[in-house]
Write a protein that binds this ligand. Structure first.
Ligand code: FAD
Length: 436
């Protein structure tokens, strides 16, 4: 008789429309695991933390919500505090696991851990199942190695084929029983008191789905999406999509439903257009792996860059000479979220005005963003730094012009005190030489 199945939850923290969970239904006994990695709480190579307080609070809510749902189906979520490889190895040995199932993910480290596990236990069945993208690899109209080098070309290929994601499935009513006598190896995530409008877990995702599609917001998305402050100008689904408490196919399906039952217009199309951006970056991450973090990007372009610690500090704290950048960084630090427009402006200032190494900006976003997603974050940063999927080379935004267009009455800059905190650049370099 085969041993139990181990379902390793990573960035797919839901039961709704979750093919990895469905694959686990065949098991006689099931272990549901989430690994809390010690490295999340240590300084990384950028002297930053990969899990900041906003996302930590959101993750804790998400795990509690998932555990509740598992309990209703006769299961429970085991939390282990170790590296994924060590946690999986020990559980495989302890419970004589015969199969490991997880979600396919562009994260280089997650994929590497699964490969190493497979080489430690050659007879173990290991499956990474497509759960976080609209399409699976075999639905794409090209091989992964032939992924188009620009988003536009990717989108055109998808649209030409009229590709539609498969219909989402609903959560199973019951799950295979747990393996008895296995206990958590973790204290709770260090508590974070950050207040947030984002409520973690499937419960929060469903509330936002019902709110957003319950009224007229999807009909005006294209006109409002460049907003800088407030809840309604964009959909805010990114945080739930990032940790997988919302399925991208479920979201796509809700847009389709809205188009059939209420209205289909340019705005509803644009929401799908943006979800295709997300999709593109997921496959980009899957294709390029560790090159997502490389200074020169996957195509070996050489950015002109340097590192000025004081400028980096000013950018992080929102004390640069640029009021709109300060406002956005202050909003990000206080809430864990800032709009797409603001992300573009602060990233452009980071690279082009401050002359900094884009990877530090990406690492700071990783720490601060409630919706941090490895592929979308590092992919967008590469794009803006001119080393990624952008045929135009690099994107430099004129900050004054952008402020006039998107914040004409300075409401955003004033609300986040961007002007009050504007200071000239500290003009010393790394070795304490004054610089022009
Ligand atoms: P909406 O405008 O309502 O868009 C709907 C959905 O489309 C989003 O939830 C998201 O899933 C997707 N989407 C929209 N724009 C993009 C884009 N440019 N790239 C990828 N997906 C997109 N998004 C993340 O989810 N996680 C990140 O870590 C992240 N880092 C970013 C870093 C930089 C430098 C930039 C410029 C953008 C980044 N984005 C990231 C993309 C985008 O800013 C956010 O997805 C968006 O602001 C989230 O808010 P929303 O859900 O209201 O978006």
């Amino acid at each position: 008789m085969p041993g139990p199945t181990l379902l390793w939850f990573t960035h797919n923290l839901r039961l709704d429309d979750n093919p990895a969970v469905e694959a686990a239904l065949e098991a006689d006994q099931l272990i549901c695991l989430f690994v809390v990695e010690p490295s999340w709480f240590r300084a990384n190579r950028y002297s930053l933390h990969s899990l900041g307080s906003h996302r930590r609070a959101f993750l804790q809510q998400t795990l509690d919500d998932l555990n509740e749902r598992l309990k209703q189906r006769g299961q429970r979520l085991l939390l282990w505090h170790d590296t994924p490889l060590e946690s999986l190895t020990r559980l495989v040995q302890l419970a004589k696991v015969s199969r490991v199932i997880t979600a396919e993910h562009p994260g280089h480290y997650e994929r590497h851990a699964l490969k190493q596990l497979q080489s430690r236990f050659p007879h173990l069945k290991c499956d990474a199942i497509s759960s976080q993208t609209l399409f699976s690899a075999n639905q794409l109209p090209f091989e992964l190695e032939q992924l188009p080098e620009s988003f536009s070309s990717f989108r055109r290929k998808i649209e030409k084929k009229k590709l539609e994601p498969n219909t989402p499935t609903i959560a199973p009513e019951q799950l295979p029983p747990p393996v008895p006598n296995l206990s958590d190896k973790v204290v709770d995530l260090p508590v974070s008191e950050m207040p947030s409008l984002f409520l973690g877990g499937e419960t929060g995702a469903k509330t936002q789905l019902d709110y957003y599609f319950g009224g007229e917001l999807p009909q005006t998305y294209k006109e409002t999406r460049n907003g800088l402050d407030g809840w309604d100008y964009s959909s805010k689904f990114s945080a739930w999509l990032a940790n997988g408490s919302l399925s991208p196919r479920r979201l796509w399906h809700r847009i389709n439903q809205y188009e059939t039952e209420v209205v289909a217009n340019e705005s509803t199309y644009w929401l799908k257009f943006e979800l295709l951006w997300r999709e593109y970056f997921q496959w980009y991450g899957m294709r390029f792996g560790a090159k997502l973090f490389k200074l020169q990007g996957p195509f070996n372009r050489s950015p002109l860059t340097s590192f000025y610690p004081e400028r980096f500090k000013a950018w992080c704290e929102g004390t640069t000479p640029y009021p709109i950048v300060n406002a956005a960084m202050r909003q990000l630090n206080a809430t864990g979220y800032t709009s797409n427009r603001a992300r573009q402006l602060v990233a452009s200032a980071f690279v082009h005005e401050l002359g900094l190494d884009w990877r530090y900006g990406a690492a700071y976003f990783e720490q601060q963003l409630i919706d941090y997603d490895v592929a979308s974050n590092w992919g967008n940063w590469q794009y803006l730094a001119g080393v990624g999927a952008d045929p135009r080379g690099h994107r430099k935004f004129d900050l004054d012009k952008q402020t006039k267009i998107y914040d004409p009455d300075q409401n955003f800059v004033n609300a986040w005190q961007g002007k009050e905190h504007a200071h000239p650049l500290p003009n010393r370099d790394y070795y304490d030489w004054p610089v022009a």
